[in-house]
Design a binder for this molecule. Structure first.
Ligand code: AMP
Length: 209
């Protein structure tokens, strides 16, 4: 299955994509993770992207279109994939249409009043796990033991910019994919396990038909 996970920052796209990726054995493709890895390794791409990410703005379309396009051509994607955080603009969605078809777009809707708390309380691990301070977490990851950190763009001042960017540039994708009959709405305010179940149901229903 070729899936897109759509949603505002803090909707839980990454967390859910990682759970569904494990459950259905589909590669989880996060353009944000790819960009952050490039920043960490100090590549040319990472250096280009850093200023945009730190300001809560989108990295230019042509850059992310190339990254995502190359990734979905890799052999592990031949039976499907989960795109998390791509596309984020109509131009990206149109470019994606040229290289592949999509089976469903999981739109994780979350109450905007929950977003700031979710994001500013988020702590990440290099292994891909994420936690929330309300879970009573320690300094290290319960999965791999590495030290947890806060993403630079998860600070409150940047979150507001990211939410505006989502409203202006990414939310129009709901209509874009709605017209194609691909949107499947999921309640992102629910508990994490319930959201995973709801997404699984969408996938299982699709596979039955
Ligand atoms: P994420 O990890 O998906 O929240 O992405 C973190 C940041 O990476 C975003 O705020 C953007 O600056 C950048 N980014 C990730 N994916 C895209 C994309 N598809 N288009 C443009 N910028 C992106």
């Amino acid at each position: 299955m070729r899936l897109i996970f759509l949603g505002a920052p803090g909707a839980g796209k990454g967390t859910q994509a990682s759970k569904i990726s494990e459950k259905y054995n589909l590669p989880h493709i996060s353009t944000g993770d790819i960009l952050r890895n490039n920043i960490k390794q100090g590549t040319e791409l990472g250096m280009q992207a850093k200023a945009f990410i730190d300001a809560g703005q989108l990295v230019p379309d042509e850059v992310v279109i190339n990254i995502a396009g190359a990734r979905i051509k890799e052999s592990d994607c031949s039976n499907g994939f989960i795109l998390d955080g791509f596309p984020r603009t109509v131009a990206q969605a149109e470019a994606l249409d040229i290289v592949t078809s999509i089976d469903a777009v999981i739109n994780i809707a979350v109450d905007p009043t929950l977003i700031v708390n979710r994001i500013t309380g988020r702590r990440m691990c290099v292994c891909g796990e994420s936690f929330h301070v309300s879970m009573g977490i320690g300094k290290t990851c319960t999965k791999c033991g590495a030290e947890l950190y806060q993403r630079d763009d998860d600070k409150e001042e940047t979150v507001v910019a990211r939410m505006e960017v989502y409203d202006k540039q990414t939310a129009p994708l709901i209509q874009f994919y709605g017209k194609k009959g691909l949107i499947r709405d999921v309640n992102g305010n629910a508990l994490m396990a319930d959201v995973t179940n709801e997404i699984s149901k969408v996938i299982d229903d699709y596979n039955k038909n």
